[in-house]
Design a binder for this molecule. Structure first.
Ligand SMILES: NC(=O)c1ccc[n+]([C@@H]2O[C@H](COP(=O)([O-])OP(=O)(O)OC[C@H]3O[C@@H](n4cnc5c(N)ncnc54)[C@H](O)[C@@H]3O)[C@@H](O)[C@H]2O)c1
Length: 257
C-alpha cells in the first residue's frame, strides 16, 4: 500500500517508517524537515497541502501533533490556540483529504490523555467517550469525534488507537504522569506509569490497524498489560490479534513477556 505518515519526523514517526517500509511505499509528511527522499513538506492545518499529500494514497497514519514538552504554564494560552489548530483543524483536514482521495484506511493515534479526566482507577472500555481536563487530551479527544463523524457520515474506514505513554529505548527517558524523566538509567523514577507501552508494540499495532481489512470503524487502547492498567485491551486483541510483548514495572523499564 501507499501510506502517508503525518508527523513523520516526530518520536513515533521516526520509528514507524522503518517498521512499515518493508511492506509499504511511504510518504513522510511533516512541517519539520526530514533528510529522506520520501519526505514531503506538509502542514496539516493547510487543507490544500493535506489534499496534495493524500492524493493516490491507500492509507494514512495521522500522527502529527503539537508537542507540549518543554512548555511552561505561561505558554498555555499560546499552546491552546495552536493545539486547536493542529489537533482539531489539522485532523479535520487530514480526514477530509483522506475521504476525497478514497483512502482505504485512516489510522488516528489518539492518547490515553483523552480520558485522563475520569476518576483514577475507573475502568476505561473501548466504548468510553473521551473526558479530559487538559488541553492536549481535550483536543486529541475532539480528533476522536471527528474520526467517528467521518466514518458515520461518509463511511471512511477509520481506526482510533488510544496510545499509552511511549517507551522508546533510544531516547533513554519517558513520561511519568506529567513529569518527563530524561534518563531512566541515572534518575530515580517517580513511580509506576500503568499506561506505558513499548514503541515496538505501538508500531506493530499501527501496522495491524492499517492492514486489517475490517472493521470499518474501531477505537481501541494500545498500552502495556501493566499493573494498575485501567484501559481495556479486549477489543484490540479481538479485532487485531494484538497484545503487548512488553510490560513495565515500578522502575519504568520494560520486561519482555
Ligand atoms: N509520545 C507519547 O508518549 C504518546 C502517547 C500517546 C499518544 N501519542 C500520540 O502519538 C503521536 C505521535 O506522538 P510523538 O510523541 O511522535 O509526537 P512528536 O511531538 O514527537 O511528533 C509530532 C510531529 O508532528 C509534527 N507537526 C507538528 N505540527 C505539525 C503540522 N501542523 N503539520 C504537520 N506536522 C506537524 C512535528 O514537527 C513532529 O515531528 C501523536 O498523535 C500523539 O498524540 C504519543
Amino acid at each position: 500500500m501507499k501510506v502517508l505518515i503525518t508527523g513523520a519526523a516526530g518520536r513515533l514517526g521516526r520509528k514507524l517508517a522503518p517498521a512499515l517500509e518493508a511492506n509499504h511505499d511511504l510518504i513522510l509528511g511533516d512541517v519539520a524537515h526530514l533528510d529522506d527522499p520520501r519526505f514531503v513538506p506538509l502542514d496539516v492545518t493547510d487543507l490544500e497541502a493535506a489534499r496534495s499529500a493524500a492524493r493516490d494514497c491507500d492509507a494514512i497514519a495521522h500522527l502529527a501533533i503539537l508537542d507540549w514538552t518543554g512548555c511552561v504554564a505561561a505558554e498555555a494560552v499560546r499552546y491552546a490556540a495552536d493545539a486547536v489548530r493542529v489537533h482539531a483543524i489539522g485532523t479535520y483536514n487530514m480526514l477530509q483529504a483522506a475521504w476525497e482521495a478514497g483512502v482505504r484506511r485512516f489510522v488516528y493515534t489518539s492518547t490515553v490523555s483523552a480520558v485522563d479526566g475520569l476518576p483514577p482507577g475507573t475502568p476505561v472500555g473501548s466504548d468510553s467517550r473521551h473526558y479530559s481536563n487538559g488541553l492536549y487530551g481535550m483536543t486529541k479527544g475532539f480528533g476522536e469525534d471527528l474520526c467517528r463523524m467521518f466514518h458515520e457520515s461518509l463511511r471512511l474506514s477509520v481506526t482510533v488507537l488510544r496510545l499509552g505513554n511511549l517507551f522508546i529505548p533510544e531516547s533513554g527517558g519517558a513520561w511519568f504522569g506529567n513529569v518527563y524523566v530524561l534518563d531512566l538509567a541515572t534518575h530515580p523514577v517517580p513511580g509506576l506509569t500503568p499506561s506505558r507501552v513499548h514503541v515496538d508494540d505501538v508500531t506493530r499495532a499501527i501496522a495491524l490497524a492499517l492492514e486489517t481489512p475490517e472493521p470499518g470503524y474501531a477505537l481501541v487502547h494500545v498500552v502495556g498489560d501493566n499493573p494498575g492498567r485501567q484501559w481495556d485491551l479486549e477489543a484490540v486483541r479481538r479485532l487485531y490479534g494484538w497484545q503487548p510483548r512488553y510490560t513495565f514495572g515500578a522502575d519504568g523499564l520494560p520486561v519482555a513477556t
